[in-house]
Write a protein that binds this ligand. Sequence first.
Ligand code: GLU
Length: 173
Amino acid sequence: MCGIIGILGEKEAAPLLVEGLRRLEYRGYDSAGVATLSNGHITRCRAEGKLRNLAKKLGDTPLSGTTGIGHTRWATHGARTEDNAHPHAKEKLAVVHNGIIENYAELKEELEKHQYRFETETDTEVICHLVTHYLKEGLTPRAAANKAFDRLEGAYAVLLIFAGEHNLLIGVR
Ligand code: GLU
């Protein structure tokens, strides 16, 4: 059972996200990560194992930005690796996800037919590609997220941030 947190604030988000994840540490996890919006671009940092590994990486290479999302993962789909750790990100968005997308295999097949390439073994990555697909159709981030979530089956909680959208943090459960 993972931890999930989002901040849309005025202070640097990354240290606050890590502190928030620390408070959720009792839930157990195998990797951790954060993503922020820095000058309108998605940036992220992930690490296998304990939060201190993530904190160390962020100490060496800090992420700026006051909008961000964070996650501690309890793997259900895919190995416990940094590549599979959340947030998952594409050019236009970043996603953290708690739970399971039950129909991810069908969605993945459909998206692969549209030439989307998968970089992880997780069910979560279908969310990134599906929302990206609807953004490419010309929908706004809110409309693209709504259309994507209408298609996802399962019990889940998800947070999304979007490149160029400092005042937007979408949460779905
Ligand atoms: N199903 C997702 C994964 O395996 C999320 C797991 C979780 O709730 O941490 O990455």
